[in-house]
Design a protein around this ligand. Structure first.
Ligand SMILES: Cc1cc2nc3c(=O)[nH]c(=O)nc-3n(C[C@H](O)[C@H](O)[C@H](O)COP(=O)(O)OP(=O)(O)OC[C@H]3O[C@@H](n4cnc5c(N)ncnc54)[C@H](O)[C@@H]3O)c2cc1C
Length: 537
């Protein structure tokens, strides 16, 4: 019996668990389906390419989607302590200020979330790569004077990204928050099936293997945008007709559970050329052979690369308006023909929409926890998304042509510079993937209140990316961790004010609020982007 159970030890889950413990809200246990994060491929930044599709990845696939030619696409999700933040490219962007103001939810405006970002960053220590590839260094020049800044979604900008890598090792929410708090118990290999109810209160969780774990004060769902709505629906909270079709007793009619699913759609350009980016061409074999020694000795080199080294934000149509697309730059040759070890070199850059209009939904396949849910990302369902992506690819080509890549410039090999106009639209429909940023299935102001409590319950909260009403304009790890921080703040405040066994005066909570460190940077200084398209998997 613990006071709080945090279901899922991912980006947000690690933060909320550690912060609940630090604030002395009660005893905390993290219940995680996957294994621990203790594996060299997790800590070595380049290791992520082997984690995709491994036992540390839920490796979901979407349902066939009409607007992308009936294709299904890969939806990787981290399945270990650290969650998707232990499998990701470590790109660190808070998002755009207006993203949070635009959520229009009390307590979540930019001025409300900024202190939480600052508090998270004191632990995460995001910084720019020590030795990016020379191509990545050249990226900033593609925007002329505007490029000479740290990339940010606030305005047109390009350059080397900031990432949560410290001394050449991934610094995830698990490393930075959870593990230092040794008083938090972490149970791995425990997949939660459903919640156990006592009236409107949740008294614990039932595991897939039939075991049960009790909670004295409450349960926090931090299983991510796919896991959290699935657990809720299996527990009888969701659209009533859907639940009754599956034979699940509906407890709380919540028609919006699983709705509003969206992600950043994207598609990329592949460049190929000997002596350009990193790759497996013969001439680079000595460098690859030396790479592990260099990494061990200096924590630098190609193994210290988180793959996405650069990013750019720009307006797809070149209007003098705010950026509507983000590009991720990977100075590695990415194959598009299904070969595992292509003997080539080159680089890759994509275009993703900052604020897609299309929406999808998530439904259960069956009431069995082991059955993967039906995930319809609704990719490109809104025609304007395809228009903006097409314009974005055309502008990316023009901008990359201006970048100072010197003798390392490669030629566009896929889809090829002749693919434009209608042919480019067809290409995008046939190849678009996402940045792996699904959000929104339990949006704030919908099934979840502004204080992150599941509407209609007393002691059940959600803290993960699923609560974002709209995806932020850049990568979603930082906002997910910010949400974890805010959740701990709300839950600890509720415990201090309302708990019948609480003798502490409420000032005890405010007193332990961490003061911003003198070196905490201003909001504009952090920014970076990550991602791959479907073509990377
Ligand atoms: C391959 C990849 C690359 C990415 N790159 C970047 C990047 O570079 N920068 C960036 O900002 N964002 C990136 N993202 C996105 C970012 O990592 C996520 O938005 C963020 O980690 C989401 O955090 P979360 O807490 O919502 O969920 P997660 O971190 O996914 O955590 C959910 C946790 O819950 C566990 N869980 C799920 N179901 C159950 C269950 N039934 N019982 C028990 N436990 C359960 C999972 O195993 C997992 O540990 C990437 C994502 C992926 C997959």
């Amino acid at each position: 019996m613990h006071d709080y159970l945090v279901i899922g030890g991912g980006s947000a889950g690690c933060v909320v668990a550690a912060e609940l413990a630090r604030r002395e809200a009660g005893t905390v246990m993290v219940v995680e389906a996957g294994p621990s994060e203790h594996h060299p491929l997790v800590s070595i930044p380049f290791g992520l390419i082997w984690l995709l599709g491994s036992r540390r990845d839920w490796a979901y696939r979407s349902a066939p989607m009409h607007a992308v030619g009936g294709r299904t696409i890969a939806i990787p999700r981290g399945r270990m302590v650290g969650g998707s933040g232990a499998i990701n490219s470590m790109v660190w962007f808070r998002g755009r200020r207006s993203d949070f103001d635009g959520w229009n939810v009390p307590g979540w405006a930019w001025s409300d979330v900024e202190p939480a970002f600052e508090a998270v960053e004191i632990h995460l220590k995001p910084s720019r790569m020590d030795d990016p590839h020379v191509l990545t260094k050249g990226l900033a020049s593609m925007l002329g004077a505007k490029g000479q800044t740290i990339p940010t979604p606030e305005y047109e900008s390009a350059g080397v990204v900031t990432n949560n890598v410290v001394r050449g090792r991934r610094n995830s929410a698990a490393t930075a928050f959870l593990r230092p708090r040794t008083e938090v118990e972490v149970r791995t290999g425990c997949e939660v099936d459903a919640l156990i109810w006592s009236g409107d209160r949740v008294s614990g969780v039932r595991l897939v293997d039939g075991g049960e774990i009790k909670a004295a004060k409450g349960v926090v769902l931090s299983s991510g945008s796919i896991g959290s709505p699935s657990i809720l629906m299996r527990s009888g909270v969701g659209p009533q007709d859907h639940l009754s079709r599956l034979g699940i007793d509906a407890r709380i009619e919540a028609p919006e559970v699983g709705e509003n699913l969206h992600d950043h759609p994207g598609t990329g350009l592949h460049f190929e050329g000997s002596g350009t980016g990193y790759g497996l061409e013969l001439a680079q074999w000595p460098a690859w052979a030396w790479a592990p020694f260099r990494y061990v000795l200096t924590r630098t080199g190609r193994l210290a690369s988180p793959t996405v080294e650069g990013s750019a934000f720009f307006n797809a149509r070149g209007d003098d308006a705010e950026p509507d697309v983000q590009s991720h730059f990977i100075p590695f040759y990415l194959d598009w023909q299904g070969r595992k070890y292509p003997l080539k070199s080159g680089y890759f850059a994509d275009v993703c929409l900052c604020r897609p209009k299309s929406r999808g939904s998530l439904r259960l396949m069956s009431k069995e926890a082991r059955a993967a849910p039906i995930i319809d990302l609704g990719l490109l369902r809104d025609d304007s998304d395809l228009e903006t992506l097409t314009a974005g690819i055309e502008r990316l080509r023009a901008l990359l042509a201006k970048a100072d890549f010197g003798p390392r410039r490669a030629v566009e090999a896929h889809p090829g510079p002749d693919v434009t106009g209608t042919a480019l639209k067809d290409h995008i429909r046939g190849n678009a993937g996402t940045a792996y940023h699904p959000v929104g299935t339990l949006r704030l102001g919908g099934p979840v209140t502004a204080r992150l409590r599941v509407d209609g319950t007393e002691n059940l909260w959600v803290a993960d990316a699923s609560v974002m009403p709209q995806v932020t304009s850049a990568n979603t790890n930082a906002p997910s961790m910010m949400i974890g921080w805010k959740a701990a703040e709300f839950i600890a405040e509720d415990a201090a004010w309302k708990g019948p066994d609480q003798n502490k005066p409420c000032w005890a909570v405010t007193r332990i609020w961490p003061k911003p460190m003198p070196h905490a940077r201003s909001s504009n200084e952090w920014s970076m982007g990550w991602m791959t398209t479907g073509s990377m998997t």
